[in-house]
Design a protein around this ligand. Structure first.
Ligand SMILES: [Fe+2]
Ligand SMILES: [Fe+2]
Length: 285
């Protein structure tokens, strides 16, 4: 069993710990300054062609549902606003940091599929419930399990043991990790994104997506992603290592001002929306 202290010590010694894409850091720096103009943000994004073309494909997809075509990054920046464009840069570039290949027991392509599905479902649910956080929920959903990639890369022996236990005993990986490794992917993900200085709502969602009842400052965002994650598992979109589908923490009903019946009622409609928008997976991965 490892302790968080030990894990932090190991990760601090790791020289190739993934860092945020440069474009994200630059955009983030700019949007924190009230004097920044849309033209400046545009210029930074356009230095990266891959990110530029992914953002344009994403915002023009039917999933994003803008009524007219967005033909330039400048237009996207103005239409989406600074915070959303910053999150969108993160959403389209998260995959670069750990890659999308396959690694032993853990298939990264399926992992990202689970993550994108979680992002999409969290966003759709936010729209249904009229919670004005759906763009943030999309990004938070994409990143929610990032701690698993840290475990997979830097603690492969321990992580494989947890994966095996999950499979043999039909557990949720979150529980197996705590039993076998001593620390969960939620805690490790929190450490990583905290180091990256991501917005606090994202850090908290990554930390608490399995335990939304814990005291927190972004309860709605945490709750959306908590449900999005479980629905993504139930719909069997991608794979995140779980061999049991976690249960919804009743705490979220109060937070999202909804009921179990209402959420179940949304489930089929949400599945249909995902089926109609499968192109998102191809755009992002
Ligand atoms: Fe998770
Ligand atoms: Fe997950």
């Amino acid at each position: 069993m490892l302790e968080m202290k030990q894990i932090i010590r190991t990760l601090e010694g790791v020289t190739d710990l993934p860092t945020l894409p440069t474009v994200y850091s630059k955009v983030s720096f700019l949007v924190n300054d009230s004097r920044t103009t849309a033209a400046q943000v545009t210029k930074v994004i356009e230095t990266d062609q891959a990110i530029t073309s992914k953002i344009l494909r994403l915002v023009n997809s039917s999933f994003f549902g803008f009524s007219r075509r967005i033909s330039s990054i400048h237009q996207a920046v103005i239409l989406l606003g600074f915070n959303t464009i910053r999150n969108t840069v993160l959403s389209v570039s998260a995959f670069k940091m750990f890659g999308t290949g396959s690694n032993g027991m853990f298939d990264l392509k399926n992992f990202w599929k689970h993550s994108i599905a979680t992002g999409m479902l969290s966003k759709i649910l936010g729209q249904y419930l009229e919670i004005d956080m759906d763009e943030e929920a999309f990004t938070a959903g994409i990143l929610h399990d990032i701690g698993k990639l840290v475990l997979n890369k830097y603690f492969p022996v321990e992580f494989e043991k947890a994966l095996k236990k999950t499979q043999q005993e039909k557990l949720v990986l979150f529980d197996a990790e705590r039993q076998v490794i001593g620390v969960s992917h939620a805690k490790i993900g929190e450490y990583l994104v905290d180091r990256w200085n991501l917005p606090y709502g994202l850090v908290e969602t990554i930390a608490l997506h399995h335990t939304p009842g814990v005291l927190r400052s972004s309860p709605k965002l945490v709750s959306l992603v908590h449900v999005g994650n479980i629905f993504a598992r139930e719909m069997q979109l991608g794979f995140n290592g779980d061999f049991r589908i976690p249960e919804i923490d009743p705490f979220v009903y109060e937070e999202l001002e909804t009921t179990e019946d209402e959420l179940n009622g949304y489930y089929m409609r949400m599945k249909e929306e995902i089926d109609k928008n499968m192109e998102i997976f191809n755009i992002l991965i």
